[in-house]
Design a protein around this ligand. Sequence first.
Ligand SMILES: Nc1ncnc2c1ncn2[C@@H]1O[C@H](COP(=O)(O)OP(=O)(O)OP(=O)(O)O)[C@@H](O)[C@H]1O
Ligand SMILES: [Mg+2]
Length: 339
Amino acid sequence: MIEIENLHKQYRTRHGGTVEVLKGISLQVPAGGITAVVGPSGAGKSTLAKCISLLERPSQGSIRVNGQDLSLLGGAALRRERRAIGTVFQSSALLQRKTVWQNVALPLEYLHVAPPAIARHVGELLESVGLADKANRYPAQLSGGQRQRVGIARALALKPAVLLADEATSGLDPEATHAILHLLMQLRDQFGLSIILITHEMDVVRSAADAVAEIRDGRLVQQGEVSDLLAQPGSRLGEQLFPVRALPGAGDLLLQVTYGTRQPVATDWISRLSRQFNLHIDLLGGQVERLGDRQAGRARIAVRFAESPVSAQALVQALHALGLAAEVLEQAPAWREAV
Ligand SMILES: Nc1ncnc2c1ncn2[C@@H]1O[C@H](COP(=O)(O)OP(=O)(O)OP(=O)(O)O)[C@@H](O)[C@H]1O
Ligand SMILES: [Mg+2]
């Protein structure tokens, strides 16, 4: 469990002033949870990563791992407790002249762990990341995805409680990205890790994260469980996660429909709705996916009535009964007058 509270970070500028890059960030990731941190370039994501991994000292705020505040520590205590947080960066800085095995062994050798214990642990780590057969290769002989796996194995060498990944899948093709995310989810379950995944890719968030936090200009502007954000009709992150690309149609009533409640939704909800009220319903666009045991996604529908209109409110209620949240985007006068 990691709890970040009211984290501020100021940097000194060259002219003797200061610039505040993080302006009070609070974030919690439970053991066994994956939280994605997203936001535009320059928002402060990597600065947050550096503060969490204690490479940079926060100007204010606390970082507690399993209850212990690491931001208060210094010297030997800091070096010891920093092990609770493993980090993986975009271009995992592997030592080019050392083999995969030696790279993963490095943090253990640094702590003077006994060689037989190192041998055993490195063997297990390489097994966990699927690189047991590449132990004697050098980084230059690996693919980008394999290099990231070495970085992940090395980050896990000291048995951290938290794994922090800053753009760990950037630059990888979709297949390698998927494999790394799958690995992270597996390691989370195996070791009960709290994982913080910094990324600019919404696909990454959708496929791996339980929760997401958006940073803009040093502040958290939106935060929540992925499935809850999807279920909020007005959520900007929900919209980014499941963009509905279709343009508004000519329907008299335009509705945005959101999946994401725990209630299962019948696949034929459109025809059910259309039969119930004698309506023509066009699906203008949308995307639905399964997130764990929940369905999530959004759709946009255009509704025209055959004989008599139904109130928009009645439609919203009927959709709700089908397990869907709905929001009226546009309403033609014919509908409004009917109510
Ligand atoms: N050492 C530093 N001294 C002064 N300013 C810094 C320093 N490091 C970062 N910054 C500034 O802090 C802001 C946030 O940078 P940061 O690297 O955290 O952004 P980011 O969200 O990771 O962006 P990206 O998506 O491009 O990686 C930027 O405006 C950057 O110029
Ligand atoms: Mg960055």
